[in-house]
Design a binder for this molecule. Structure first.
Ligand SMILES: [Zn+2]
Length: 313
């Protein structure tokens, strides 16, 4: 296990709640990443694990404990901890949502680097058999009325609900991700990005240079709808790429033409970190989502024939 050398304090606001929130990321001797809701239930820890993931329909990843305490939008912070090699820490939080910061993983990574990271063993989860999660499986979990609504929306937009996330063996070479996004909005269109992480400084630096700063995104025209439904209340031009109503441009400047799919890599890494180790396998994400990432991990761990766990120095 590997932890931080000292505390990190951060203040920001939740992108969905819009509420101010403080976090302290603390070194820990207990293996695993845990959140602690200091505002309601400081005694009970919430393990950042795939089997504690609740609703993902809010377009983020939320974890909770059986007592009902939860923390939402943990994915960018989880990705930053994973890329920095931190697999053990306790995160004190005085609200229900991780601060969004600049909408990317960059600020978290910078803070982790300045706190310093110890050196410990790495827990590798080697994928031995392919597992796939399909969008239709996500849809099946939704209420019938919602499924019908989505079906109609797909028809009207000439959109296929054929997304999937697949994990397959790659001789333990590390986490090799290929993400593909397909959006009707011209500014996004079809984008594919490949990234591999094998725990080396080179692969970490590559993430920091090419991916970490990629921000989350949304359609400006949806903001009012989202706000009415308790989402996106903290979204603004400092933390979200806003697509214009025609879908052919953005209200704030893009860092890369394919910043959208680069951000999907952050989300996928953050969600894979909920495995509790370093997934070593090929991850194909085609029109992926947090819900698909979670289902694929549940499928992986549903059968011990699917994986091996190796602890390496
Ligand atoms: Zn994200």
């Amino acid at each position: 296990m590997t932890t931080l050398l000292k505390n990190i304090r951060l203040t920001g606001k939740g992108i969905h709640s819009g509420l101010p929130v403080d976090i302290i990321i603390k070194p820990s001797k207990k293996p695993g990443i845990f959140f602690r809701r200091v505002d309601i239930d400081p005694k009970k820890l919430i393990a950042a694990k795939y089997d504690n993931v609740g609703e993902t329909k809010m377009r983020n990843t939320t974890i909770g404990n059986p007592a009902g305490a939860h923390v939402q939008t943990i994915e960018h912070l989880m990705a930053a901890l994973f890329i920095s090699g931190v697999d053990s820490a306790i995160i004190d939080i005085n609200g229900a949502e991780t601060p969004i910061m600049d909408g990317s993983a960059a600020l978290f990574i910078k803070e982790i680097a300045s706190a310093g990271v110890g050196r410990g063993k790495i827990c590798k989860i080697i994928v031995k058999k392919p597992v796939v999660a399909y969008t239709r499986e996500v849809r099946r979990q939704l209420p019938l009325s919602m499924r019908i609504k989505l079906w109609i929306m797909d028809k009207l937009a000439h959109r296929k609900s054929d997304g999937f996330v697949k994990l397959s063996p790659n001789d333990g070479r590390g986490l090799e991700i290929t993400a593909t996004l397909i959006y009707p909005e011209k500014i996004i269109g079809a984008q594919t990005y490949n990234y591999s992480f094998d725990g080396t400084k080179k692969s970490r630096d590559n993430f920091i240079k090419q991916i970490a700063r990629a921000r989350t995104f949304g359609k400006y025209s949806e903001w009012e709808y989202l706000k009415k439904h308790g989402m996106g209340r903290g979204a603004d031009e400092t933390n979200v790429i806003a697509l214009n109503n025609n879908g052919d441009g953005t209200l704030n400047k893009l860092m890369w033409r394919d910043e959208f799919v680069r951000h999907k890599i952050i989300d996928a890494i953050g969600d894979m970190a909920l495995s509790g180790g370093m997934i070593c396998g090929k991850l194909e994400s085609y029109k992926g989502s947090h819900a698909l990432n979670n289902i694929v991990l549940k499928k992986l761990f549903s059968d011990t024939e699917n994986y091996d766990i190796i602890v390496e120095k």
